[in-house]
Design a protein around this ligand. Structure first.
Ligand code: UT7
Length: 332
């Protein structure tokens, strides 16, 4: 396939207004401290959705902003690809709720379940649909209400996550701008490690296993240290693969926008890719880990702040439950 097939025409984000700082955990009985969280993760605060701020409503806010930036109406969207680990309900997909909400009457709509790597997976799938001639315009949305699935009694996980959504409009690349758009993409997974970061119950396999079914088995469980090691290794590998496929090196990259889980993982990834930290977009301090929404939220902010503009070459990289990991190089 000759790239670019697709370019990023617009971005948007949908963020709940309520902010929870590291100091607010004491009020809900969590024994932690601000310094520990900042030192281990870089997180200072996160946004938490109210009951009426759902995965669909955050997705819709992000989608409308992205469509406006791209100058695309709901009727022009051929496909809605929505990544989430927190669908509003298990059947049907959250993407069809978003399709109805937007009035995108011509759009095919489906969810992608690839945890924190969901935006990379979703963008790559949408690009593939464009390459095969099935669609011209796609809305790729990543929306996560992590506060609904974290265990608010487990300090090792509840301090890490936040809620939010990010959206990207993808359009068919223009012949006259044939160096702009997605230049490479890379996706991998390793299901043998699934139980290092997972929700034991909640699916159709009931009873899952008596050993794991306790009263909090619907919440996220994570072996943090193990996940950390795999994240560093896999994100480094993913950077290499996307750069190689685009025939670029770290020095050609204007901005690295990584999944925002932990500032230490981000620093290790940047170091491996030979990209200095002043070229890395970091907002984990303000949002925490918003799973697959973290990259499109960061991209939208980076565009708003002028750090991504016409001609910018960006490297995106993510890692998450599954395990899944992946990367993408795009020129704006
Ligand atoms: O989004 C995709 C994937 N997710 C990630 O990439 C997350 C990857 N993992 C991490 O970021 C880190 O492993 C964490 C931030 C989750 C944890 O950092 P760590 O340096 O690996 O700490 P740890 O889990 O080994 O815990 C160290 C200590 C423990 O105490 P002891 O046993 O040494 O006495 C924990 O009980 O820190 C304690 N601890 C806390 N202390 C204060 C754990 N959570 C907290 C907390 N506040 N919230």
């Amino acid at each position: 396939m000759k790239r670019p097939v697709a370019y990023l025409a617009g971005t948007g984000r949908g963020i709940p207004t309520k902010v929870m700082t590291n100091h607010d955990f004491a009020a809900i009985g969590i024994e932690t401290d601000h310094d520990w969280i900042v030192e281990r993760t870089g997180i200072v605060q996160r946004h938490i959705g109210r009951d009426d701020e759902t995965t669909t409503s955050m997705a819709a806010t992000a989608a409308r902003a992205a469509m406006q930036r791209a100058g695309v109406t709901a009727g022009e969207i051929d496909a809605i690809v929505l990544s989430t680990a927190t669908p509003d309900r298990l059947l049907p997909a959250t993407a069809v709720d978003l399709q109805a909400e937007l009035g995108a009457t011509r759009a095919a709509a489906f969810d992608i379940s690839a945890a924190c790597t969901g935006w990379i997976y979703g963008m790559t799938v949408a690009e593939g649909l464009m390459a095969s001639g099935v669609i011209e315009t796609a809305l790729v949305v990543s929306a996560e209400k992590m506060s609904a699935i974290v265990d608010w009694k487990d300090r090792s996980t509840c301090v890490l996550f936040g809620d939010g959504a990010g959206a990207t409009v993808l359009k068919r690349a223009k012949k006259e701008r044939d160096t702009h758009g997605i230049l490479s993409a890379y996706m991998r997974s390793d299901g043998t490690l699934a139980e290092l970061l997972w929700r034991p119950s909640g699916g159709a396999k009931v009873p899952y296993s008596q050993a794991v079914l306790d009263d909090r088995s619907t919440y996220v469980k994570m072996a943090g240290r193990e996940v950390f090691k795999h994240a560093v290794r896999s994100m480094a590998e993913a950077c290499d693969r996307a750069l190689d496929a685009a025939r670029l090196t770290g020095s050609d990259i204007d901005i690295l926008i990584p999944h925002q889980a932990n500032v230490r993982i981000i620093e290790a990834t940047a170091k491996h890719a030979n990209i200095s930290m002043d070229k890395v977009y970091v907002n984990v301090d303000r949002y925490g880990n918003t799973s697959s929404a973290s990259i499109p939220i960061a991209l939208d902010e980076a565009i708003e702040r002028g750090r991504v503009r016409e001609g910018t070459t960006a490297l995106f990289v993510a890692f998450g439950a599954g395990f899944t990991w992946g990367s993408m190089v795009a020129r704006f």
